[in-house]
Ligand binder design. Structure first.
Ligand code: HEM
Length: 141
């Protein structure tokens, strides 16, 4: 469960990235691919050059899903149910990759919001993205 302070830190930054979902998401993906090149294997059908149409489109989808999750932090299982089915049953992304994307998202937050993304906000986002990730990997078997 999330405290009111954690919820505030999550929703405030989620609201700030949502108007720039494509750009922010593409940046997070680019950071993940540069730092952890093995993650590129899931996206061999994409143009993975920085700022490509594919990265912006997919990045936008990720940020929108995060924005939706941020509005349902107390009910993530339900809010992310179909995405959970997709990642577990269709995509079969190795669960270890979720922490790599979560980290890349946090680096992008730190780069763009150095004041607001302080230690308290970082702890809240780390907890939030871990919770999102655990729902997305919950249906693997
Ligand atoms: C697809 C969200 C983590 C690989 C998607 C979609 C969303 C999404 C919204 C599009 C679903 C649709 O089109 O209906 C997320 C979120 C994540 C996450 C919120 C964690 C915070 C990951 C990770 C990987 C990954 C760690 C692999 C490294 C994929 C792939 C697709 C996909 C390969 C399909 C892309 C395509 O062909 O269009 N994800 N994802 N996801 N995701 Fe994730």
């Amino acid at each position: 469960t999330f405290s009111e302070a954690e919820k505030a830190a999550i929703s405030s930054l989620a609201a700030k990235i949502s108007p720039h979902a494509d750009d922010f998401g593409a940046e997070a993906l680019d950071r993940m691919f540069l730092s952890y090149p093995q993650t590129k294997t899931y996206f061999s059908h994409f143009d993975l050059s920085a700022g490509s149409k594919d990265l912006r489109s997919h990045g936008g989808k990720i940020v929108k899903a995060i924005g939706n999750a941020a509005q349902h932090v107390d009910d993530l299982d339900h809010a992310l149910s179909s995405l959970s089915d997709l990642h577990a049953q269709k995509l079969r992304v190795d669960p270890g990759n979720f922490r790599l994307l979560s980290h890349s998202i946090q680096v992008a937050l730190a780069a763009h919001f150095p004041g607001e993304f302080n230690a308290v906000a970082q702890a809240a986002w780390d907890k939030f993205l871990s919770a999102v990730s655990s729902v997305l990997v919950s249906k693997y078997r």
